[in-house]
Design a binder for this molecule. Structure first.
Ligand SMILES: [Zn+2]
Length: 376
């Protein structure tokens, strides 16, 4: 197993941070072996120079972790996302360095912001590619009415171009949420018995795939590859991430197998929000359990099932799991880290990403993984 190492340097405008990236990376390479490095998105930050040098000396790449439709600086002037109830998506509080305030994914100016941020803050560093995060609509975790995505005029028109009446779909969701329960999964995209729900979700994912294609093209025009951070297969399609379609345009994709994170993108957290948004009339979790052949979507068995399905999606997948402990948010443990690796390895993957902040409290898990590595 080769690992990639993800470091959260802080948000845009984060305070000065003197944690030693060079020492951390040298130590990781020594104990765990060399691998790609993903770091972002505090700027400016001289530590990117140190990381580039160490990664390049080892023949590995440095990826700039860059948010696309959330976590943008106020100065970007991004057009916000609007719910079907015509309320601005306000984001979430309580998560250091991130606000989960989503912007409209159809707006051409919004789509260009990631590239503009790169050009302004990061072009001077020796990054080999960008690792695009928040390439999605807001999830139900941002409030039940935001989980259907953006309903600004531009987005409603983008759905109409795909033959979908988005406002009618929102009314259907309120009136009959059970229509929005998936019936099966095909190549990591859910399919729905109800044709209106199926068309709506297809269009919702189409908006994201089209936007990501545009962003990736802007970077490839200047010789930078793009990799993507996405939800785990059980939840990705709900936020408009069609992993099969995205796999065709990315150098690699990191599905977040975050099974112990009680924060956005964490499976428990997102599934709880999904359950609440669908309400007691529509048991969406029961349907998902059936689709993935499990009674607990955070279990090892469910992870195996999702990893197997990714194999049919095309694209290069490097599953990611959390190894940093964050009190009350992420209760990672050495046992969880070791079992995550063995599940990923058993599923036939030879690359995994250690997430999401190797500046964090990772000592115990890293010890467990370096023991695993020695044994294998
Ligand atoms: Zn919009």
């Amino acid at each position: 197993m080769e690992y990639a190492y993800q470091f959260f340097t802080g948000g845009f405008g984060a305070d000065r941070d003197d944690r030693d990236a060079g020492a951390a990376l040298v130590d990781l390479y020594r104990r765990m072996g060399p691998g790609d490095v993903i770091a972002g998105w505090r700027a400016p930050d001289g530590r990117y120079r140190v990381m580039a040098e160490i990664a390049h000396d080892a023949g590995r790449r440095l990826w700039l972790w860059l948010p696309v439709f959330s976590e943008l600086p106020e100065s970007s002037g991004a057009a916000p996302s609007v719910s079907y109830k015509n309320v601005l998506q306000k984001g979430l509080s309580g998560f250091p360095g991130e606000d989960f305030k989503f912007v409209c994914p159809s707006d051409k100016k919004n789509i260009a912001i990631a590239y503009e941020l790169y050009a302004r803050y990061f072009a001077k560093y020796d990054f080999d590619g960008v690792f695009l995060d928040k390439i999605r609509h807001a999830s139900f975790a941002g409030g039940p009415e935001n989980g259907l995505g953006c309903f600004c005029e531009r987005c409603v028109a983008a759905y109409a171009e795909r033959g979908v009446d988005a406002r009618a779909a929102a009314r259907l969701f309120e009136y009959d949420p059970a229509a929005f329960i998936p019936a099966r999964v095909n190549d990591c995209a859910y399919r729905f018995e109800d044709a209106a729900a199926d068309d709506f979700f297809r269009a919702k994912a189409g908006v994201v795939s089209e936007a990501v294609t545009s962003v990736v093209k802007m970077f490839s025009a200047i010789g930078l590859e793009a990799a993507l951070d996405v939800f785990a297969p059980a939840t990705a399609y709900f936020v408009g991430q069609d992993l099969g379609a995205l796999g065709k345009i990315a150098s690699f994709i990191k599905p977040m197998f975050y099974r112990v994170t009680r924060a956005p993108a964490g499976l428990t957290y997102e599934l709880d929000a999904l359950r609440a948004a669908y309400g007691p009339r529509a048991d969406v979790i029961k349907a998902l359990n059936k689709i993935w052949g499990t009674d607990d979507l955070c279990s090892d068995g469910a992870a195996r099932s999702m990893l197997a399905s990714l194999k049919n999606c095309g694209g290069v997948f490097r599953p990611g799991f959390e190894i940093n402990v964050v009190k009350n948010i992420c209760e990672s443990s050495p046992g969880y880290a070791a079992s995550s690796v063995s599940i990923i390895e058993d599923a036939g993957y030879d690359n995994a990403v250690l997430c999401w902040d190797l500046f964090g409290d990772t000592a115990a898990s890293l010890r467990a993984l370096s023991n695993t590595k020695g044994r294998l």
